[in-house]
Design a protein around this ligand. Structure first.
Ligand code: COA
Length: 157
């Protein structure tokens, strides 16, 4: 794999992040119409948390949103460019998100996974996460079939 640099996003990255997230999440069109995110949402998230970006040769290839909520770290919108999936970039960014939260005093990491994406829990289990419960799927995302979130957590030792 070519050298990958990980850095914090700035507001000037918002457009590229939105485009990457929407490209990666095309896989969810079978249960939700429309784009996964927007420039407005990414700009808002850059104020409430951080996006970690993975770049090769200055090109954005993967990103993850990280937010601290007390002793709990949360990550979401983990997005790897479809042409670069399965190369370890997802694992790399999850580790970077965990390191960030651990350094900031978090004891636990949490992620919400849509139950319709049956391939995802095994991926996160490989990264050390376990299912601990479920939560309702936000209505605003208008799923085409019944959906709920699976909550997965991992202790940050
Ligand atoms: C899901 C996603 C983030 C994974 O990132 P990735 O870079 O492709 O995954 P990695 O190559 O880092 O693999 C991570 C681990 O999961 C495993 N894995 C990856 N894809 C898998 C699949 N489809 N089925 C089972 N295991 C898989 C890998 O073997 C690896 O484990 P290992 O290192 O022990 O072998 C990426 O495919 C993606 O962006 N998908 C679209 C957007 C999305 O669904 N995001 C997550 C929403 S919660």
């Amino acid at each position: 794999m070519p050298t990958v640099h990980v850095r914090d996003a700035t507001v000037s990255d918002a457009e590229a992040i939105a485009a990457l997230v929407n490209r990666a999440f095309l896989v969810e069109r079978f249960f939700v119409d429309g784009d996964r995110t927007s420039l407005a949402e990414i700009s808002h998230l850059l104020e409430t948390g951080t996006f970690l970006l993975a770049e090769t040769d200055g090109r954005l290839v993967a990103c993850v949103y990280v937010e601290r909520r007390g002793e709990r770290g949360y990550f979401g919108m983990l997005s790897v460019d479809p042409s670069r999936q399965g190369e370890g970039l997802g694992r790399l960014l999850v580790a970077a998100a965990e390191d960030r939260c651990r350094r900031e005093g978090c004891r636990m990491m949490e992620i919400h996974v849509v139950d319709l994406r049956r391939e995802l829990p095994p991926i996160y289990r490989r990264l050390g996460y376990v299912e601990v419960g479920t939560e309702p799927f936000p209505d605003k995302e208008r799923p085409k079939q019944p959906a709920r979130f699976i909550v997965m957590t991992k202790p940050l030792g």
